[in-house]
Design a protein around this ligand. Structure first.
Ligand code: SF4
Length: 353
């Protein structure tokens, strides 16, 4: 069993991108303003035969709007499935760009709009196709498994796409077939899976700027204040944070853990956008934000993804009216990228049976 980390410039690329990122607007809507915007968007969704598909990390009002208008709020796997299976001819994907691309790959005949195409992901940014492809070419005896948080081009280079809700099971399956694996781009999730499955994996060294900020020492201090609290951790977090968790899992799995664990308090180490659905699912639990490295100059995210925060109500209305933030994927690339995505969807459909 081996695990080796592939060095690349992911961190530098992401830092440069963040330096250019504008700050999201801090304006808090009054209840009247919010209802007014909701009504305008709901009308427009109906007129355009569109449905809103939102990720758990979007701001609460976007999640609320998706629920109220018959859309969905979920993790990236369920977003992809929901968009594919919903009869609407237009999908408005509130999330980050790879989620819009995944929707387009699975639903080529639908119009896929996003509030902004500027919303990206440090994992996607840190895994450029040329470098990644060169690396894969150098290891032709490895099966290429990529996380959903990648571009369409990287997916097209892969044998499998996975999300954090099915990654362990898929790697276990591949390992049982004796396959050696290239894993990209999240090194922390890759290391977690490697530890759980014992699979032979080469890890790309990308990371999520949100989860990377969580620190075990800060969480231990918080545990001293809330000794009876459970610690819920997303596996994109550093290993030392995962090691002190009571539950480790994807966003959907963490929401389930908040419901089912007997603890009354939960220290939650993932993007704070999840609190909206987690509190709905576990109304009697007290949810506490896990501390980040933050409060100082090094924190670039402080438990909220700067790209997810770019999804705003005004931008949803604008894109429905103007269709100027639309996802297009080259057809040959789309067909190639669909293969590993379909593999994942088929595998997870069988997991459910
Ligand atoms: S929270 Fe992390 S993994 Fe998710 S979109 Fe933001 S940067 Fe990417």
């Amino acid at each position: 069993m081996t695990e080796s980390l592939i060095a690349n410039d992911a961190k530098k690329i992401v830092e440069q991108h963040l330096d250019q990122l504008g700050q999201p607007k801090a304006h808090i809507l009054s209840s009247e303003e919010k209802q007014h915007k909701f009504a305008l968007i709901a009308d427009e969704l109906k007129r355009q035969d569109a449905v809103l598909v939102a990720h758990y990390y979007c701001d609460p009002e976007i999640q609320e709007l998706a629920e109220l208008t018959g859309g969905c709020v979920s993790d990236s796997l369920e977003m992809a499935r929901f968009g594919r299976d919903h009869p609407a001819t237009t999908l408005v994907v509130a999330g980050v760009k790879f989620m819009g691309e995944t929707s387009k790959i699975l639903s080529p005949n639908k119009t896929v709009l996003m509030p902004t195409l500027e919303a990206t992901c440090s994992l996607d940014l840190g895994c450029p196709i040329d470098e990644f492809s060169t690396f894969c070419d150098a290891h032709p005896d490895h099966t290429v498994v990529v996380y959903a948080n990648t571009s369409a081009a990287v997916k097209a280079r892969a044998d499998w796409v996975v999300t954090s809700s099915c990654a362990v099971e898929i790697i276990e399956h591949l390992d049982s077939q004796g396959e050696k694996i290239i894993w990209a781009p999240d090194q922390h999730l890759g290391r977690y899976i490697q530890k759980k499955t014992g699979a032979e994996m080469l890890l790309w060294d990308g990371s999520c700027i949100v989860h990377e900020e969580f620190r075990s020492r800060g969480i231990a201090k918080m545990k001293a204040l809330y000794p009876d609290a459970a610690v819920l951790v997303h596996p994109e977090s550093p290993e030392s944070v995962i090691d002190i968790a009571d539950a480790v899992g994807s966003t959907s799995q963490l929401i389930k853990a908040a419901q089912t664990l007997p603890h009354k308090q939960m220290i939650v180490a993932t993007d704070r956008g999840i609190f909206y659905k987690m509190q709905q699912a576990a109304p009697d639990k007290e949810l506490i934000e896990a501390p980040t490295a933050g409060e100082g100059a090094t924190c670039r995210s402080c438990a909220h993804c700067p790209w997810m925060a770019m999804n705003e109500l005004d931008a949803i209305l604008h894109v429905l009216q103007h269709k100027d933030q639309q996802i297009f994927v080259d057809e040959a690339l789309r067909v190639r990228a669909k293969l590993p995505l379909d593999r994942m969807l088929d595998f997870t459909a069988n997991m459910k049976r």
